[in-house]
Ligand binder design. Structure first.
Ligand code: FMN
Length: 175
């Protein structure tokens, strides 16, 4: 059986909870949940399909030395073509009410890091189903380059959004 690695950050909050939920929905025997501080090149190499799930905590945060970005250390361990041949999907938590102009920007950060190292991204989601102003994760066709989730305001929609996303990934991912 092909197992999927679910890399997540941070630990202990909404991202962590949704990562567990996603793992349960795919099937707990079919995934390995890995907090990104515990992840390295060997994990990337071991799995053919990866799901990354993170949050957005403001544009400043990604380069802020006080608030640690746990992803940065992980991506530094991965070589320039480290995601070559991998199937990858990204989910990102945000708050569309408090941050409508930067909704789930963090998806774009992960997208840039992964595609910059030759990863192929699956699971683009139509922005039509969301209420927001703008997002760095939005492409010219009106799709997010991943799955945005808003646990702060729309947690009731999360299970349906996850279910639809898993179905979207299924033709390409072996679940
Ligand atoms: C300081 C701070 C800044 C945030 N900035 C954004 C933002 O720019 N865009 C967005 O969509 N959500 C933003 N959020 C909302 C978080 O992404 C959201 O609450 C998420 O569910 C947090 O996940 P966690 O509990 O795993 O950390 C911000 C939250 C905090 C605390």
């Amino acid at each position: 059986m092909t197992k999927t690695a679910i890399f997540y950050s941070p630990q202990g909050g909404s991202v962590n909870r949704v990562a567990i939920k996603l793992g349960e929905m795919i099937g707990i025997d079919k995934v390995d949940l890995i907090h990104v501080t515990q992840a390295g090149k060997e994990h990337v190499d071991k799995y053919r399909q990866h799901i990354f799930i993170g949050s957005t905590v403001g544009a400043d945060h990604w380069s802020n030395e006080i608030l640690e970005n746990e992803w940065e250390g992980f991506f530094k361990k991965i070589a320039g073509n480290g995601f070559e041949g991998k199937k990858i999907a990204i989910a990102g938590l945000g708050n569309s009410v408090l941050y409508p102009e930067h909704f789930a920007d963090g998806i774009a950060y992960l997208y840039k890091e992964i595609t910059g190292k030759n990863g192929k991204i699956y699971g683009f989601v139509d922005a039509e189903d969301y209420t927001f102003e703008d997002s760095e994760a939005l492409n010219d066709e009106g799709f997010f380059c991943g799955l945005p989730l808003d646990e702060d305001n729309e947690d009731d929609l999360t299970p349906v959004r996850l279910e639809k996303w898993i179905s979207l990934l299924k033709p390409d991912f072996e679940f």
